[in-house]
Design a binder for this molecule. Structure first.
Ligand SMILES: *[C@@H]1O[C@H](CO)[C@@H](O)[C@H](O)[C@H]1NC(C)=O
Ligand SMILES: *[C@@H]1O[C@H](CO)[C@@H](O)[C@H](O)[C@H]1NC(C)=O
Ligand SMILES: *[C@@H]1O[C@H](CO)[C@@H](O)[C@H](O)[C@H]1NC(C)=O
Length: 249
């Protein structure tokens, strides 16, 4: 009996010890030995598919699919509300460039993505010359959008004294890319002809339309992405992400 207890005790201690020193970073993180762009691009590309699924153990939510419960957008003349939305496609983003300047606290990321946003919507107000009171399903497909992020980083120590990346601020540009397809039904309740005509107008003028209407959606999406990255950096120490000595800070 006693022997068995001792054995169990040893096992628990060993397990606890292993747990303390175990790597926190998931296996899909392949740290670079330098900040050479080619390595950072590959490491980022390697990480995106699994990272975007979310890491529940680390409190990092999913980005693909990414759920939008409710997003109100006030446009000139029209109030649009997105409901039960689902954003997909981020896991297949193609990494075009990554640059890290550790001393200067600058991190640059450029990706090309196809993004699909599906959900219900309501729209109330005036669109073009017509009073609008629409409610229905919508699907927006963005083909080959280019997202460039310029992130100002900082370093900080956690409660155990381990260094982490932090995000101080960020700027971005979002180029809608090759094409945005809108499929929206029932824009004008009870008037399918007008609904189709306006939808056709939106698609023919997709670039102007998207630039007008897209900004609040993109701002929201970028904020979510940055908040997700912040949670990840809070969870995983610097020395498990990059095998380059951290600058003095
Ligand atoms: C970093 O260096 C280690 C040891 O030399 C090597 O095993 C590893 O593959 C290198 N990592 C990368 C991403 O090049
Ligand atoms: C996006 O979709 C287009 C058309 O289907 C395809 O040619 C392109 O390679 C895709 N881009 C990415 C980044 O997956
Ligand atoms: C960004 O997201 C965070 C957390 O979800 C939220 O608290 C904050 O208000 C958002 N900021 C903006 C500008 O949307």
């Amino acid at each position: 009996m006693c022997e068995r207890h001792a054995l169990v005790f040893t096992f628990v201690v060993v397990a606890a010890f292993i747990d303390c020193t175990a790597r926190l970073a998931p296996d899909f993180i392949h740290p670079c030995n330098s900040t050479e762009s080619s390595c950072l691009i590959k490491a980022t590309q390697d990480a995106i598919p699994d990272f975007s699924k979310g890491l529940p153990d680390l409190g990092v939510p999913s980005l693909d699919p990414f759920i939008i419960d409710e997003l109100p957008i006030q446009l000139p003349g029209v109030k649009v509300t997105f409901l039960d939305g689902k954003v997909t496609g981020l896991r297949k983003c193609q990494v075009l460039n990554v640059e890290a300047y550790l001393e200067k606290n600058i991190f640059i990321l450029e990706v090309r993505c196809n993004i699909t946003i599906k959900g219900k919507y309501t729209a109330v107000g005036r669109l073009l010359l017509f009073p609008i009171n629409g409610e229905g399903d919508s699907k927006i497909k963005i083909v080959n959008s280019i997202i460039k992020m310029n992130i100002k980083t900082r370093y900080f120590k956690d409660a155990d004294g381990r260094d982490h990346f932090g995000i101080k601020s960020y700027r971005y540009t979002f180029d809608y890319g090759d094409r945005v397809h809108y499929s929206i039904n029932n824009l004008f309740k009870g008037n399918p002809e007008l609904s189709n005509t306006v939808l056709q107008f939106l698609n023919e003028n997709w670039r102007v339309v998207t630039e007008e209407f897209g900004q609040p959606v993109v701002d929201y999406a970028m904020n979510v992405t940055i908040e997700t990255a912040r949670k990840f950096f809070d969870a995983i120490p610097y020395d498990e992400l990059l095998y380059v000595p951290i600058p003095n800070y």
